[in-house]
Design a binder for this molecule. Structure first.
Ligand code: NAG
Ligand code: NAG
Ligand code: NAG
Length: 165
């Protein structure tokens, strides 16, 4: 009789602890799933950010934004060359009549003809071509210039001295 009771008690205990273990495991699994999801979301966010950074390598002023694309690349005698197309977009609401584009770093140009459309002001500094200084870059419009860099990566640009009339 006593033995039977003991057996029943033991069985109950066993069932209870199994259920408890199950629920703990369930909670742990859920936590793990949430953690995995969070990690995935963080990774996706990071990837999106990286993609965005590649699209817009450098933002210049708030009104004139810079983005660049590599449009061509080749190798000559073991030297890498890349052609980049840089687009300046007037994101503001007023016309811009001139701006200075400064190549901050990684801008190694072999000869003057390696940069086109913009006009050189001084070393590593360029400004709008004269027709654009006359007509202005209207809100929402863009200008594209190009350069050849003796490497595979882009140069780093900034813009300053925006001129309004
Ligand atoms: C860069 O290239 C991508 C893909 O071809 C294109 O969608 C984007 O408009 C280009 N950006 C510029 C600034 O030319
Ligand atoms: C630049 O302007 C052209 C037409 O004027 C347009 O097709 C192109 O999408 C614009 N590019 C950007 C990056 O705004
Ligand atoms: C541009 O070319 C120069 C000369 O080869 C190089 O030093 C520089 O690193 C290149 N820019 C980038 C971003 O790779």
């Amino acid at each position: 009789m006593l033995f039977k009771r003991f057996l029943l008690l033991a069985l109950t205990f066993c069932l209870l602890s199994c259920a408890f273990a199950d629920s703990i495991q369930g909670a742990q699994m859920q936590q793990q799933t949430e953690q995995t999801q969070q990690a995935q979301q963080a990774q996706q966010g990071q990837q999106a950010q990286q993609a965005q950074q590649q699209q817009n390598w450098n933002h210049g002023g708030q009104q004139l934004t810079i983005s660049q694309n590599k449009t061509n690349a080749w190798e000559d005698n073991g030297v890498q060359y890349s052609v980049f197309e840089v687009t300046l977009v007037n994101c503001g609401t007023t016309t811009i009549y001139d701006a200075t584009v400064v190549a901050e770093s990684n801008f190694i140009i072999t000869k003057p003809s390696d940069v086109w459309t913009v006009e050189k002001v001084s070393e590593n500094r360029y400004h709008f071509p004269s027709y654009l200084c006359q007509n202005g870059l209207e809100a929402g419009k863009n200008i594209t210039f190009g350069y050849i860099n003796k490497s595979t990566g882009p140069a780093v640009f900034s813009v300053c001295d925006l001129q309004f009339k």
